[in-house]
Design a protein around this ligand. Sequence first.
Ligand SMILES: Cc1cc2nc3c(=O)[nH]c(=O)nc-3n(C[C@H](O)[C@H](O)[C@H](O)COP(=O)(O)OP(=O)(O)OC[C@H]3O[C@@H](n4cnc5c(N)ncnc54)[C@H](O)[C@@H]3O)c2cc1C
Length: 415
Amino acid sequence: MASQIVVVGGSLGGLRAAEQLRVNGWSGALTVVGAEAHLPYNRPPLSKNVLVSPDISALTAAELVDYPGVALRRRAQVEDVSFVLDTQVASAALSDRSLLTVDGRELAYDGLVIATGLRPRRLPIAGFDRHRHALRTLDDAIALRGQLTPGTAVVVVGGGFIGCEVAASACRLGCQVTVVEPFAAPMLRPLGAELARTVQTFHEDKGVSFRLGRSVSTLAGRASDPATLGAVVLDDGTELEADVLVEAVGSNPNVEWLAGNGLDLSDGVLCDNMMRVEARENVVAVGDVARFPNPRFGSTPRRVEHWCIPADTAHRAATTLIRGLSTAENGDRDPAPFAPLPSFWSDQFDVRIQGFGRTEHADRIEVLEGGFAPGWVSEGVVVGYFRQSTMTGVVIAGGTPAQRLRHKTLLEGVG
Ligand SMILES: Cc1cc2nc3c(=O)[nH]c(=O)nc-3n(C[C@H](O)[C@H](O)[C@H](O)COP(=O)(O)OP(=O)(O)OC[C@H]3O[C@@H](n4cnc5c(N)ncnc54)[C@H](O)[C@@H]3O)c2cc1C
């Protein structure tokens, strides 16, 4: 049996891959290389609790990494895993089975797990760096938190889940918040028009403003101090007062370190249904960076940026890699199709929006339970997403945990 597996990426996907390799019997050396200085932690609280909870507002990054909810529980099986942190892999030579880090270290491997996730896209506008934020890491959240004081004018560019969560958090902290979004409603693609507008109205009732159908043209300094951000200028010429700008305009996969190996890196790392990277027996990918076919939704490989996917893909990838390393045979030795049900949640103010399956490509959307009348948050509204009369997704906004579980179970039965 080969002796060393290296996992590149020290976050949720990397940790879950290491755990699954051990759970599935890998007893050889196991190293996780992570670009961040911290051990793996949970990202969902970064746009929610970490920004708003007064009881943790004084905690440093090192303290937050161990804080309940932010901390990712590390199973006993990974106690002997070597975590090499604060070090980025600069390049990979897959044919030589070797990696090179930015600080000049060479790492040889027998098996490789790619778990390098995403980084935020940024607006292609220069300047005002001290007042501009994106949110992916704990350090990003701490930097943003320090600027969200009552009365601060905050412009959030991008009305997706992360943008809307940040807007809700900033509003709860007493900031004046405006969301700029190019589509006709926030979260339009994942929720559909009617639910998206309902959630928008919910935000507006709490004090968040929206500029829809608009994008950012440029940034402007203050009249009194041109070096300090004062306004965000939109494509229709409107100037929005801004002390702080949050860019929540999507993400790019971290794949540059894999260049030169002949891989398809056009949107993350292309994998097969075994999470194997382009027929290589000793390379797998997991989490946000992995683009793989899910037979539940057809044969097109896709990336999925939800919290549940790193664990699901790590389970599959670990068994694939161990099999690939322990026998000279090639081919699919696990005939069971890998068809995880994607699920996401988003907490905005006091409402939880939870979705299962795929909602973006629906040709019909139907309210299955409840409605959009006042009271929908406590009673819960359930929306079904259909493609060619098959239900492919469901979203439950508000409501109870039991209601969410019931609809998840129903959708699982469809797949
Ligand atoms: C603010 C925020 C809120 C979220 N909220 C929710 C939510 O409410 N619900 C939900 O379902 N999902 C949510 N998500 C998504 C969820 O957190 C991600 O799906 C999950 O973190 C993906 O894990 P990953 O390990 O695949 O990638 P990542 O978490 O991106 O981790 C990749 C790691 O690899 C490291 N890395 C990159 N390149 C290199 C390199 N060359 N060498 C070494 N290391 C490298 C990175 O520094 C990073 O630590 C949220 C995400 C964010 C950012």
